[in-house]
Design a protein around this ligand. Structure first.
Ligand code: 523
Length: 131
């Protein structure tokens, strides 16, 4: 059986990256992540990401490029990440998060990212610096 997938977005706007602080479960609460969630049967990764960002942040967003690679979360579950452009709305922590922050490239190390998100965060920041 193929792995289940968690999709996440490196949401970039105005030269900054959006970081979201998890409010649950207890072992992950307080850590920062690229927002997203599980891809459901019948959805593409991009469709799942658009849905998750709508549900969690209340925004319309457009996945741009997949960041190459995938990162194991636990047996049978992997993380895939896309760069994302905001189309409309202002992100707010509607579900799963208790704080959001827009970070400049120099500020990305000021929050405690989930370990599994760090390679994709580093790549997203590299792209932000080049843009
Ligand atoms: N991660 C993770 N990084 C990251 C996300 C969005 C999720 O490491 N950027 C992990 C955290 C959880 C698992 O992926 O162990 C599922 O993420 P979650 O809880 O955000 O996905 P949901 O809300 O779709 O999952 P269920 O509530 O379980 O359906």
């Amino acid at each position: 059986m193929s792995d289940s997938v968690v999709v996440a977005g490196a949401v970039c706007d105005g030269g900054r990256l959006l970081a979201a602080r998890r409010s649950a479960p207890p072992e992950l609460a307080g850590r920062w992540e690229l927002p997203g969630g599980k891809q459901e049967p019948g959805e593409s990764g991009e469709q799942a990401l658009v849905r998750e960002l709508r549900e969690e942040l209340g925004v319309e967003a457009e996945p741009r490029e997949r960041i190459p690679g995938e990162w194991p979360l636990k047996p049978g579950l992997v993380l895939r990440v896309w760069t994302v452009r905001l189309v409309s709305g202002v992100p707010s922590p509607l579900e799963d998060h208790d704080e959001l922050r827009w970070l400049t490239p120099d500020e990305t190390d000021t929050v405690d990212w989930l370990d599994q998100d760090r390679p994709a965060v580093a790549e997203a920041v590299r792209r932000l610096r080049e843009a």
